[in-house]
Structure formats: C-alpha cells, structure tokens
Design a protein around this ligand. Structure first.
Ligand SMILES: Cc1cc2nc3c(=O)[nH]c(=O)nc-3n(C[C@H](O)[C@H](O)[C@H](O)COP(=O)(O)OP(=O)(O)OC[C@H]3O[C@@H](n4cnc5c(N)ncnc54)[C@H](O)[C@@H]3O)c2cc1C
Length: 382
C-alpha cells in the first residue's frame, strides 16, 4: 500500500485528498490494461479516462473558466503512473497536446477541448525535429503565409500519439525574427491533407510515437494559435505548467518501486531470515524513501506555487522535474537490485519500471537542460 502521508501536507486542499482516494479506487478496478497493441491500449485508456471524468483536469473548461489546477494534474499523474505507465501517458498527452489551446486558443480553437476532456479526441504536441530537440531555436519546419492560409512544410519527430492523434499543436518557423523569436504555433487536425506518418518509432517502454511529415499542409489563417512569432513563448508557457507533472509521473514510478521493494524484502528469506533484517538492505530502503519524499516535496512545491497564481514557475518546475526523474531512476535501479534475478525478468513490474523511467529524463527538456535552466534562474536572481 503506497504511502499517502504526503496528502496531509499543506500544499493540498480537501478536494485533492478526495480526488486521490477516488482515483486510487478507479485504478484498482480499471488498471493495468493490456499493452500488446499500444495504439489500441491508448485509445481504450483515453476513452475510459474521459468517460469517467478524469480528463476534465487536462484542459481549460470553456463552461466554467479558470486556470488548470497543477496539483490535480500531479496527483493524477502520480497515481496513474504507480498503477500503469501507459495510463499516465494517455492522461498526460491530453494535457500537453492541448496546453497551447487552453492557454492561448481562440474560442473557436477551444471547441476541441470539450472533446479531448471527454476522451473523444486524442491530442499531440509537435515541437521536436530530427535536427532540433533540445535546440528549439533551430526549428526548421516552415509555415508560409499564402493569402488566407498558412502552408506547413517539414518534419517533426518523437511525437507522442503520432499516428493516433485527432489534433496536433505544431510549432513552425514563420520568420518574424531569427531563432526562437521567429516561431509560431498552429492547430493541425489529424486528417489534414499532406500530413503523413513518415515512420513509427519503437522505444524501450512502448507507446504511440512517430516521425511526421508535412508536405505542403495548407491551413486556414485561423489555425494560428496566439500571434505570429509567439510560438516559443507559447511552448515554454505550456511546459511551465506541465513540466512539474513529469516529475509527478516519475514520483509515481518511484513510489511503486519502493512499495514493491518493501514487500519483497519482507517476504524473501536470505541466510535464514527475511532480507529486511539485513542492515545494508535497510540502508537501500531508507535511501529510496528519502528520495521519494524529497521528490514529492519539490513536485508539489512547484504545483502549489503555480496554483497560487505565480506567473512563471520556471525554477521550481525545472528543479521538480530534474530531481524527481533522476532520483526515480536511482530508486528503481535499487529496486531491481533488491529483487535479484527477478528484477530483470521480462514482465516483472520492476523491470517495466526500469524501462518506463528512462525517457522522462530526456523529454520535455533533458536533465542537462534543466540544470542550465536552474543555473540561469538562480544566477539571474542573484
Ligand atoms: C519517449 C519520447 C517521447 C517524446 N515525445 C515528444 C512529443 O510528444 N513532442 C515533442 O515535440 N517531442 C517529444 N520528444 C522529443 C524530446 O523532447 C527530445 O528527445 C528532447 O528534447 C531531446 O532532444 P534530442 O532527442 O534531439 O536530443 P539532443 O537535443 O540531441 O540532446 C542530446 C543530449 O544532449 C544533452 N544536452 C542537451 N542540451 C544540453 C545543454 N545545453 N548542455 C549540456 N547537455 C545538453 C542532453 O543530455 C540530451 O539528452 C519525445 C522524446 C522521447 C524519447
């Protein structure tokens, strides 16, 4: 049984505690799903999460306007990740994919949100390219104005939900200025003419992922999100909301690894006694618990700060993502070690956690990038 004592921290309100309890019961009943066909699994997860109301938190509610509640996003991601990494992925992408619409969309563009919040449309966020991942300023895809249209040409890669998404938020160069200041964001329907799947990408923790080709994709001018040249600012504002939630997912994986390890060392006998009686084992468990609690403090500090109305939480979110993902990797590695041979057996829960955690230290800003962000923030403030 996962430790829930963090829910008594002052970062939360009673509605968050109730949400955690209800979601726990939902997860016990509905997760994990069969992962053999990841496209089908993701569609099923989005449909079920939408049907039962969990996706409402992922996007702006046009009937009841208000900011996204980052603590709700984080508690949900942590809980889903503890039960099923793919369920966390399905939930997270509905938010990341529509973040630009929630924050900057026109009322017409925001009509998509009632569908994504109900699990009736799947969304994706398309920023990375073959030659620009960390270096967003180097984006090469172009969006050329042609009368009342924009024409998009180029490639995007590593796009989660690529191939199954109903809508993509795509960042392309419109050229108002060199580098990051010459990018704009566009809403692209999944069935737009000229948008194709160039390649499906397989990774160690499978989920729908693709390289996309844009061959003269013509969009009405109303597909522009925000103003021309605002693309980088929009992408960074979206990441400002969702980056700490990546830390929350890592926290969920780490908590599961800790739980599995506590169970394992209590049950497994070594040298005539439970493993749990060996002091070196206790040392590992203590290190894991410490890292989990420290990560939780940073994640929920970032979420609370944003929910309290901070315009930007760049430093807090970067610290939360960096620490929670790096430490989750260490916690899970210790869990594998404590499980001995079973820890590397295909299909064992700690083996799958070992694969699940790795990409979180790369996407939405690699760990090294988070260090650069933190250093700039603290040196700039000094
Ligand atoms: C599973 C997965 C899902 C993804 N989903 C999406 C998605 O939905 N949408 C999307 O747009 N992108 C997505 N990405 C892409 C992801 O954001 C990029 O992979 C990431 O930004 C790194 O870019 P890159 O792979 O081009 O690596 P590079 O930019 O080539 O960087 C390689 C490494 O260099 C190091 N590095 C980078 N910058 C610095 C620095 N300033 N100082 C020191 N070291 C540095 C880091 O260790 C980094 O990992 C996904 C990636 C993965 C693996």
């Amino acid at each position: 049984m996962a430790d829930k004592s963090f829910l008594s921290w002052p970062f939360f309100e009673d509605r968050h505690r109730q949400l955690a309890e209800r979601l726990e019961a939902w997860c016990a009943k509905n997760l994990p799903v069969d992962h053999h066909d990841v496209d089908a699994a993701c569609r099923e997860l989005v449909q079920k999460l939408g049907r039962d109301g969990w996706l409402k938190a992922t996007a702006f509610d046009t009937d009841n306007p208000g900011p996204l509640d980052v603590r709700t996003l984080c508690i949900t991601r942590e809980t889903l990740a503890r039960h099923d990494g793919l369920a966390d992925f399905a939930f997270a992408m509905q938010g990341l994919g529509t973040g630009a619409l929630s924050l900057f969309g026109t009322p017409e563009q925001q009509q998509w949100l009632s569908k994504t919040r109900a699990g009736k449309a799947i969304s994706a966020f398309a920023l990375s390219e073959p030659r620009s991942g960390s270096d967003v300023a180097n984006t090469e895809m172009t969006a050329t104005r042609d009368g009342d249209s924009y024409v998009l040409s180029g490639e995007k890669t590593w796009i989660s939900n690529g191939g199954i998404a109903d809508l993509y938020v795509v960042f392309a160069r419109t050229g108002e200025a060199p580098g990051a200041k010459g990018l704009s964001a566009f809403l692209v329907p999944g069935d737009a003419k000229g948008l194709g799947i160039a390649e499906r990408l397989e990774v160690i923790a499978p989920h729908p992922l693709a390289r996309l080709s844009f061959d003269q994709v013509r969009l009405p001018a109303s597909a522009l999100i925000g103003r021309p040249g605002d693309g980088f600012r929009i992408a960074m504002s979206v990441l400002d909301v969702f980056r700490s939630t990546v830390g929350a997912a890592a926290l969920g994986f780490a908590r599961r690894a800790l739980d599995e390890s506590i169970k394992r060392v209590a049950e497994r006998k070594l040298f005539g006694a439970p493993m749990a009686e060996l002091q070196m084992v206790q040392g590992h468990i203590a290190d894991m618990a410490l890292d989990v609690d420290a990560a939780a403090l940073l994640v929920y500090r970032a979420a609370w700060t944003k929910d309290m109305g901070a315009a930007r939480v760049t430093r807090e979110a970067a610290m939360a993502k960096l620490f929670a993902t790096d430490k989750a990797q260490e916690v899970i590695d210790k869990a594998v070690q404590l499980h001995g041979g079973d820890g590397v057996r295909k299909g064992h829960i700690v083996e799958s956690l070992y694969r699940e955690i790795r990409a979180l230290r790369i996407y939405e800003g690699a760990s090294d990038v988070q260090k650069v962000v933190i250093a700039r923030q603290v040196m700039g403030a000094a």
